[in-house]
Design a protein around this ligand. Sequence first.
Ligand code: SF4
Length: 345
Amino acid sequence: MSQSKTGGARRHVNVPVFIPHLGCPHTCVFCNQRTISGVGSFDPDSVRPIIDEALSTVDIGDDCEIAFFGGSFTGIDRGLMTELLDIAESYVSAGRVSRIRCSTRPDYIDDGVISTLQRYTIGTVELGIQSMSQTVLTASERGHTPDDTRRAVSMLKSAGIAVGGQMMIGLPRSTMRDERECAEFIADACSEARIYPTIVFEGTELCRMMRRGEYEPLTEADAVERTADALEILSCGGVRVLRVGLCDTENLHGSEYAAGPNHPAIGELASSRIFLKRIMSEFAAADGVRGAEADVYVPVGRISAAVGHRGVNKKAIMSEFSPARLRFIEDGTLSGYTVKLTVKG
Ligand code: SF4
């Protein structure tokens, strides 16, 4: 169950229901889901207990949402999909959750899916966009095109359904520029996003490509740099970034992990990187910082990201600009990645 605060004291709580990848016909090179369980069926009767258990831990007044994750929800058997939506909707009718969300592929949105979704209280559909470059989508064997994504986004928005965009960093043949373009598309079209640096899992085609020398996984430093770039574009575009990187529970350190940037706090590292860039540019533009007392103002709750893991940003600033004193101070008037620098002689 994921929880976050929305503005005031009201918590937003996602009640995730993971739908296995029932007979997925696709062959995305990075995917380790198809090999995991060989699950051929899914028992809808298992859903109510999952939801009831999750809801038993929430507080009165929490803003709850049932989220069908883990598969291409709108690509599963239509009868099963409506059965699951009926179950979720009964919680909406009972006032126990506010709305429903699901994740799916862009090419699994069509008129039939839209009219089915419109019969329910669907708040958001998260699309596995991954990249807006045809070259990258082809090299990753995604099986859909950037136009499929544009069409899906426009259909969902016309139907009054909010769209979340999931994108990946470091897919085969992907460049920082491709990732920037994907982030710009999401910033323009979506209200939420998730960013996943590519991990190579054992048993995947990507792993075989890597071992044949056809794919080089991202180093952690590259992943942080490129993720920071996308994250900054999304945040500046007013997109709510729900997650950066896979969860530690997603076999990031287990036997299935083969290679790639698996730092469990890669999102925090990327945030720190954005702060470093912005603070450095404030220092570069300021006069007389050497030997002066410098105060860096950052949004509330962002000091540790601004200072960096083990003070890495602070050390970099001290070494580049040599202020006599460097303090980081929270400022309630700032938000996002905005920083302010004051220098006293
Ligand atoms: S990532 Fe690709 S291959 Fe894996 S389950 Fe999703 S659509 Fe299928």
